[in-house]
Design a protein around this ligand. Structure first.
Ligand SMILES: O=C(O)[C@H](O)COP(=O)(O)O
Ligand SMILES: [Mn+2]
Ligand SMILES: [Mn+2]
Length: 510
């Protein structure tokens, strides 16, 4: 029997993509009819907290993302995110001297093997930064590697759609400035970065990269000319020579380096390529540590994110139930726990799945009703101290760039939050609501040439944080201003009547 707490048990709701901006063009949250979410922000203690840039361990001015957002919410302190660690290695010259990289490159130079760089080419800084390719090309050139093939993944989700040509043009400039490199394949992230387990999508990229099998084109302009569905769904295409032969395939003695600094999407492709090349003599590396099944050596290690909320709940014997749809399940488990695969005895995980093919603009409600059902069920249990859930719609639908669908997603979320708040009051629970980064409050952005384009990416805006008290619970009139996501775990622990974890530097907002 897990002790609940001397104080009230509670519910933590992370509303993914729930950012704050003044009403204005592109602010779908300001347009949406959300009387419950609007009401709690004035009726109960509420504030705005920072969820981007250096406040959460990203480079200054960098938009927030779900990984670091949930990691910092869980850790109770800012964490150096992988993108910062990679940039620091680049800035200090550490990457240039990285022994795993130099050993691989020297072996290629000595053996005449080719280096294959695979990564998302945009400056969205959620999964990758295209400028990291420039550094890797420059290091390969300096180490005498003569053939470097870039297998480009086009974005259109973390940056405005139909900007792939702009970024691929930058990659071509890198080839000229570093004196090495050539595009070998171009694939949309819908194929290359699928994380739903749809291996048919992944296989198209694996076959293009490894075997030169797939649609053919002479150059990326021709590839994009045929990309009717935008950058996300560019058909995995193999670039060919004048005779129509693939420019590159992966051969024995080659090396592959995955250049995304975020694992959760590219890991499916990495595992598939490792399997596809199991009988080949190909060295496979990744820029950062991936949560792959295969053991892929990484160039840059991770920051320690232990000692967070999960460890504190375990230390105090407090049972938590984690709930999310499949799109955000890892966020309320693995990431909230500091990228720790271990499910503690006091943890229960509820992953809401659906057989229905996701059509976010057609079904902005997704399966949020079933997420709310699971939250309400767990809230009814006296042995559960904390229910922690991610409500994905505002972000997942926001990523479509479809303003009106995102308005509907926010309005549906409002109704489901109402159900949860009613259940919380009935079960004597407080509720903390917080965004993990902004998204839907900015649904349009000037493209590279300045014209406003639909924008489904994240923002650097602060996010709302609200504490709805349990019935009869006395709370301060307002939350402390000037906080960040690092202050959420300390706030939850304070509400549970428990101290900060020793590694936490965040402070309760109460
Ligand atoms: O992977 C995605 O869906 C987006 O690029 C990032 O979204 P997330 O950081 O909210 O998961
Ligand atoms: Mn998110
Ligand atoms: Mn997102």
């Amino acid at each position: 029997m897990t002790e609940t707490t001397g104080t009230n048990p509670g519910i933590l709701l992370v509303l993914d993509g729930w950012g704050h901006a003044e009403p204005g063009a592109g602010n779908a949250l300001a347009v949406a009819e959300t009387p419950v979410l609007d009401g709690i922000r004035t009726k109960y203690p509420a504030t705005l907290v920072e969820a981007s840039g250096e406040h959460v361990g990203l480079l200054p001015g960098t938009v927030g993302n779900s990984e670091i957002g949930h990691m910092v919410i869980g850790a109770g302190r800012p964490l150096d995110y992988d993108s910062v660690l990679v940039q620091r290695q680049i800035d200090t010259g550490g990457l240039r001297d990285n022994p795993r990289l130099t050993e691989a490159l020297d072996a290629l130079a000595a053996g005449g093997g080719a280096l294959h760089l695979i990564g998302l080419v945009s400056d969205g800084q959620i999964h990758a930064h295209v400028d990291h390719l420039h550094e890797l090309l420059s290091i390969a050139a300096a180490r005498g590697v003569e053939r470097v093939w870039v297998h480009a993944v086009t974005d259109g989700r973390d940056v405005a759609d139909r900007t792939a040509g702009h970024y691929l043009g930058r990659v071509e400039e890198f080839f000229a400035t570093t004196g090495v490199g050539r595009l070998a394949t171009v694939s949309g992230r819908g194929y290359a970065l699928d994380k739903s387990g749809d291996l048919e999508l992944t296989a198209k990229v694996t076959q293009a990269v490894a075997d030169g099998d797939g649609a053919l084109a002479r150059d990326y302009v021709q590839v994009l000319a045929g990309a009717g569905d935008g950058d996300v769904w560019v058909t995995p295409t193999v670039l060919t020579d004048a005779a129509g032969e693939p420019l590159a395939t992966v051969r024995d003695g080659d090396a592959i380096l995955f250049a995304n600094f975020r694992s959760d999407r590219i890991q499916q492709l990495a595992d598939d390529l490792v399997k596809h090349l199991a009988e080949s003599d190909v060295r496979i590396l990744s820029l950062t540590q991936y949560a792959t099944t295969a053991d892929i050596p990484a160039l840059v290690g991770r920051a320690d994110a232990s000692g967070g909320l999960a460890d504190q709940l375990e230390a105090h014997g407090l049972r938590s139930v984690r709930v999310a749809e499949q799109e955000k399940f890892e966020h309320v488990t693995y990431y909230l726990n500091g990228r720790d695969e271990r499910r503690r005895e006091v943890e229960e995980h509820v992953r809401i799945t659906s057989d229905e093919a996701p059509g976010y603009t057609a079904r902005p409600e997704m399966n949020l009703d079933r997420v709310a059902d699971a939250v309400i069920e767990a809230a009814g249990r006296s042995d559960v101290a904390l229910v922690a859930a991610n409500l994905a719609n505002i972000d997942v639908v926001g990523h479509t760039g479809d303003h009106d669908a995102t308005v509907k997603a926010a309005e549906y979320t409002d109704g489901q939050v109402d159900r949860i708040l009613t259940a919380a009051a009935a079960t004597g629970r407080w509720v903390v609501l917080v965004g993990d980064h902004g998204n839907a409050e900015r649904m349009s952005k000037p493209g590279p040439d300045g014209t406003p384009l639909p924008y489904g990416g994240h923002t650097t805006n602060p996010v709302p944080a609200v504490v709805v008290p349990a019935p009869g619970q006395v709370l301060p009139d307002a939350l402390r201003d000037g906080g960040s996501l690092a202050d959420i775990a300390p706030t939850v622990l304070a509400l549970l009547g428990r101290p900060n974890g020793p590694a936490m530097t965040g402070r309760s907002l109460l």
